[in-house]
Write a protein that binds this ligand. Structure first.
Ligand SMILES: NC(=O)c1ccc[n+]([C@@H]2O[C@H](COP(=O)([O-])OP(=O)(O)OC[C@H]3O[C@@H](n4cnc5c(N)ncnc54)[C@H](O)[C@@H]3O)[C@@H](O)[C@H]2O)c1
Length: 256
């Protein structure tokens, strides 16, 4: 079966801000929103990959996403990037809190410093990015905030206790934002990717044993690709999902 994906007219010209939009699922998000005609800005620390992506998208679509180099652990810099996006492209109508780092860590080895650093990447920026975009979304009369969770903490993935804590917290943030901002027409949802075949996953963890785990546990054959996850985020950003709010949307191919 060939697959065809939708174009959502409501995203044409909408300003979208993505964290970690330079590689992995984030690169697919940047591509997918650009293909919708959205005005896309993204932050990332992977400067070479991000600049390559921007050039590729411009060549393919004629639209050039705005890449702002930024380490999201630096909250003033992150909020500054959102202000820069507003000045360059207009008020942000869609925030995609995607960036994360799932490096493995053993319980015994986690120091206070390591804990704080992981939370500073995987949890804290979601809140402060939302804080910065909300006044812009209020001016627009609404918006969509998409936080990235993970199946890892539900599946019981080993050796990720701090990452798992942060990813579980994304669900709580989503529900809380949705409650507080619903009156302003601002929606918040969590996208929950399954095991997605990004370059990083393939390089580090999709070993022959990992492939066996997927074959044994995933209901659909094949592999979840970054573009499958991006398609869900695009839907949640568009007006087509107008009454989807405070929920979790799992894209894992079905999993035991
Ligand atoms: N790939 C999977 O199988 C999977 C599974 C479950 C959940 N997720 C979630 O999906 C999202 C994307 O995952 P991914 O697999 O594409 O991750 P990835 O590690 O491949 O990409 C993350 C991106 O964020 C950027 N980034 C990392 N630290 C940063 C920082 N401090 N400042 C700015 N940018 C930074 C990286 O450079 C990279 O471009 C994450 O929230 C992750 O938790 C992924």
């Amino acid at each position: 079966m060939t697959s065809q994906t939708a174009i959502y007219p409501s995203l044409d010209g909408r300003v979208v801000f993505i964290t970690g939009g330079g590689t992995g699922i984030g690169a697919s998000l940047t591509r997918a929103f650009s293909a919708q005609g959205a005005k896309v800005a993204f932050v990332d620390i992977a400067e070479d990959d991000s600049n390559r992506l921007v050039a590729d998208i411009e060549r393919e679509t004629g639209r050039r996403p705005l890449f702002i180099p930024c380490d999201i652990r630096d909250v003033p810099a992150l909020q500054g990037a959102i202000a820069e996006t507003r000045d360059a492209l207009g008020d942000v109508g869609v925030l995609v809190n995607n960036a994360a780092n799932d490096d493995r860590h053993r319980l015994e080895e986690v120091t206070l410093e390591y804990w704080n650093d992981r939370i500073a990447i995987n949890q804290r920026p979601m809140f402060f990015a939302a804080q910065a975009v909300v006044p812009q979304m209020r001016r627009l009369g609404g918006g969509s905030i998409i936080n990235f969770g993970s199946v890892s903490w539900r599946m019981g993935t080993a050796n990720v206790p701090v990452y798992a804590s942060a990813k579980a917290a994304a669900h709580g943030l989503t529900r809380s934002l949705a409650r507080d901002l619903g009156g302003d027409g601002i929606r918040a949802n969590t996208v929950v990717p399954g095991w997605v075949m990004t370059d990083r996953q393939k390089r580090l963890w999709v070993t022959p044993e990992g492939e066996k785990v997927i074959d044994a546990n995933q209901f659909l054959k094949g592999r979840v690709q970054p573009e499958h996850v991006a398609a869900m985020a695009v839907f949640l950003a568009a007006d087509d999902s107008a009454m989807c709010n405070a929920q979790e949307f799992i894209v894992d191919g079905g999993w035991v």
